[in-house]
Design a protein around this ligand. Structure first.
Ligand code: 4AD
Ligand code: MG
Length: 468
């Protein structure tokens, strides 16, 4: 076969037909036809669109063409011509075909169309070859790119915070321990306690739940930073919105008060959604048609409307009123309780019909680092609540007073000896500052319209599941 430089399908579809021979490589989506001519739909992942190959059966021979079935990988040289059929502008008249890899129709699992999302999760190694997952993965890439673009355009510096840490940022104790100790023979001291001085780091270490604490160190030097990395939570919640390993984006800004933080969160989310609308048109149109007929409408709605801002206390009043008027929630709601997803979604979907930024939560249900309000009861926390998702962003203004922060750490029984470095930022040149965390997969749930977080990450990590 004559060697030609490969042209990606996304680029081929922009070409006007000439008489030149081009090369295309990809995986067969379908083959149909008759004794004289075969039509092969080929996809290479560069776009949701296939290129149609027109194959003269007599020229290649029926036997040669037989193994070119759904899932097979081929390389084709041919002339790009204007299509005579419906559904595509151009097609390729194949002159040479090389088969890289066959896919036995008796066993290849992606034979038929219309598999359930549950089944596709069991074959996560192959599901990127479906239209749905390739669309999601391209959108995932576009969103990651847009995030870096946004921050770069706004003078934020990308700070790489550690994955392995000895502190628990959120204080929820939901961490995966990292150790090189032999679990069959754990070293102990005289009192029978585990002797961590013999462990790799000489003390207990974990996978991080958030890059925030180190992010704050960066913000108090560089002014505006963001992190974007994997985070880990060993919470045993098997819900459509929780992963054990997920990616988080955490901007942190010196001299920001909570209102500035809200403005940033709103502007950032709107930019990302508008970026998807502008740059992922075909993939969004596919997902809209296939899975969620209101997807694009919902995305446009969010970019076009101002988010509602109200306090936790006001939010609770609305929820209590709803209960009085006969609305049934699974979990009880009263001042002081943490909001469940059903409460958040009631505020967003039923009451305001608009994204909501809820702020000033009771200090008892939030992390130690949040700035205490003058009422001594609430902290300057903010959660951004989205339709279909509930909490998409969690953030706050940080406590900048050394004394107040120290007493919060003590109140919450967090070992001070692990926090000395964090406290020193308040001792030396402290400044008001704020930040938030956006769950990358929660964002992708919203942007793709998918209902389960396992379907917006290539290889999901959830309780009892670390395959692939
Ligand atoms: O609200 P969280 O726990 O906030 C923090 O970790 C702060 N340190 C962030 C900050 O202020 N810099 O988590 C932030 C976001 C949530 O709003 C949610 O979108 C996402 O992370 N998230 C999860 N996403 C998937 N699976 C999980 N188990 C998640 N837990 C949180
Ligand atoms: Mg939160």
């Amino acid at each position: 076969m004559k060697h030609l430089k490969r042209t990606k399908i996304v680029d081929i579809l922009k070409l006007t037909p000439t008489n030149e021979i081009i090369n295309v490589k990809g995986w067969v989506r379908s083959k149909r036809g008759n004794k004289n001519v075969n039509f092969i739909a080929l996809n290479d992942g560069s776009t949701i669109q296939n290129i149609q190959l027109v194959v003269d059966v007599e020229k290649f021979g029926e036997e040669y063409l037989k193994p070119i079935s759904t899932g097979a990988c081929i390389s084709v040289n041919g002339i790009l011509v204007a299509s005579q059929g419906q559904g595509q502008a151009v097609e390729i008249n194949a002159s040479e075909i090389h088969i890289y890899g066959e896919a036995d129709p008796l066993t290849y699992p992606l034979q038929k169309k219309g598999h359930s999302l549950e089944f596709l999760r069991e074959i996560a190694h192959l599901r990127p070859r479906t239209n749905t997952f390739s669309a999601i993965l391209r959108i995932r890439h576009a969103m990651a790119f847009a995030i870096h673009n946004y921050f770069n355009n706004h003078g934020f510096f990308y700070l790489h915070t550690p994955i392995i840490t000895a502190s628990d940022c959120e204080g929820a104790g939901q961490m995966f321990q990292v150790t090189t100790m032999d679990l069959q023979h754990i070293p102990t001291d005289e009192s029978g306690k585990v002797n961590f001085s013999e462990d790799f780091f000489g003390k207990p270490a974990n996978l991080t739940v958030s890059g925030q604490l180190e992010g704050e160190l960066g913000a108090l030097a560089l002014g505006s930073i963001y992190t974007f990395g994997p985070t880990f939570r060993a919470e045993n919640s098997n819900t459509p919105r929780h992963l054990a390993e997920f990616w988080m984006i955490e901007p942190e800004v010196a001299f920001y008060e909570i209102e500035d933080n809200m403005d940033l969160a709103e502007d950032f989310l709107k930019y990302l959604i508008q970026y998807a609308l502008d740059n992922c048109k075909e993939d969004l149109a596919f997902l809209n048609q296939m899975w969620d007929k209101e997807l694009i409408e919902r995305l446009e709605f969010v970019t076009n409307n101002k988010f509602i801002r109200l306090s936790y206390t006001e939010g609770i009043k609305i929820l209590e009123e709803a209960v009085k008027n006969g609305h049934k929630f699974e979990f009880p709601v009263s001042w002081g309780t943490d909001l469940q997803s059903e409460h958040e979604r009631y505020l967003v979907e039923t009451h305001f019909k608009c994204p909501v930024i809820l702020s000033d939560y009771p200090k008892e249900i939030k992390a130690f680092y949040m700035k205490l309000n003058n009422d001594n009861k609430t902290v300057r926390a903010m959660d951004v609540l989205f339709p279909k998702i509930g909490e998409i962003i969690g953030g706050s203004q940080r406590e900048e007073s050394y004394e107040k922060l120290k007493s919060r750490i003590e109140e919450m029984n967090i070992p001070l000896k692990d926090m000395w470095w964090y406290l020193e930022t308040r001792k030396y040149g402290t400044a008001p500052h704020s930040g938030f965390g956006l769950g990358f997969e929660r964002l992708l749930l919203f942007v793709t319209g998918m209902g389960n977080i396992r379907d917006v990450i290539p290889f999901a990590r959830t309780p009892k599941n670390a395959d692939f």
